[in-house]
Design a protein around this ligand. Structure first.
Ligand code: ADP
Ligand code: MG
Length: 280
């Protein structure tokens, strides 16, 4: 077992008497080399789970175990890729990618060789001297992925890394990430609120319910790679996941708009099918 959450609860205190129960009894087992997505509406606790695995935060109760050891703090065995890659703007691509390796006291020559390997994997071998402001959003995220890969982590934690990218760029990055996963065999925990993204990438999609967040359902995705979103297996699975996600979204909207809120007939589903919906 690579990543194991046992009966994890997380409560944030908001002032003296108020608290927010964000995660409720999360049990999660991720095998070595698995590609798992956590899918759920905004605010359900996805990033909180990732932070717990990364060691950036601690559970209120329960345990997070990676490679058989209780997680106490961040470590280079678990690297996070964020939505905004977090490159150093004053460093060129090569220096951004070698930064973590040099901190680990690797020689400059070896670090640069490793960085080249990582950059080639994301097809940016010709951009070593470019600065972040000279790169597109997709290229920046690819540098961020290369920078994480060269650290050779056991687990790659990705928090909506492609959410800010346009659709075409995202499709290309989905292909690259699938190739990287197949080549490296890394364990990947990928967070998204995008159903199609989760199904295109992962072996297993874990659907979370709204607060307090729980793992509501697990879907195994058995479609050939590289995945084609029009594959009938994926299309059928997408409908099932969408139905369940709709229920959760309705709960969120009722919380925001009050109990008299009525979910219009399949607003989510219709939007995804590119037509105006039956309720008009
Ligand atoms: N450090 C914190 N202090 C207080 N509340 C927090 C903190 N971090 C997250 N939350 C709250 O916990 C809930 C879950 O947040 P998060 O895990 O970021 O959700 P998601 O990533 O699924 O959108 C949200 O209501 C958020 O406001
Ligand atoms: Mg989040």
């Amino acid at each position: 077992m690579k990543v194991n959450l046992e009966q994890v609860n997380k409560t944030f205190s908001k002032g003296k008497d108020d608290s927010l129960h964000v995660l409720n009894d999360i049990d999660l087992k991720i095998e070595a080399g698995e590609f798992v997505s956590l899918l759920g509406p905004s605010g359900c606790g996805k990033t909180t789970i990732l932070n717990l695995i990364a060691g950036l935060d601690h559970p209120t109760s329960g345990e997070v175990i990676v490679n058989g050891e209780k997680v106490k703090k961040p470590g280079t065995d678990r690297v996070v890729v964020f939505q905004q890659g977090g490159l150093f703007p004053w460093m060129n691509v090569m220096d951004n990618v070698t930064y973590g390796l040099l901190l680990k006291k690797m020689s400059k020559k070896e670090a640069e060789e490793k960085a080249m390997e990582g950059l080639r994997m994301v097809h940016l071998g010709n951009f070593t001297q470019a600065f972040p402001h000279e790169l597109s959003g997709g290229m920046k995220q690819r540098v961020a992925i290369a920078r994480s890969l060269v650290m050779d982590p056991d687990v790659l934690l990705m928090d909506e890394p492609f959410a800010a990218l346009d659709e075409q760029t995202r499709i290309i990055l989905h292909q690259e990430l699938q190739e990287i996963w197949e080549q490296t065999g890394k364990t990947i925990v990928f967070i998204t609120h995008n159903i199609r993204e989760a199904l295109t990438l992962s072996e297993r999609v874990l659907l979370m319910s709204t607060r307090p967040g729980e793992i509501k359902r697990s879907f195994t995705v058995q479609a050939a790679r590289p995945r084609d979103p029009s594959d009938s297996v994926l299309v059928n699975l997408e409908k099932r996941v969408m139905g369940e996600l709709e229920e959760e979204m309705e709960k969120v909207l009722k919380e925001e708009f009050g109990d008299d809120y009525r979910f219009k007939t399949s607003a989510v589903r219709d939007r995804n099918r590119d037509h105006m919906g039956d309720h008009i």
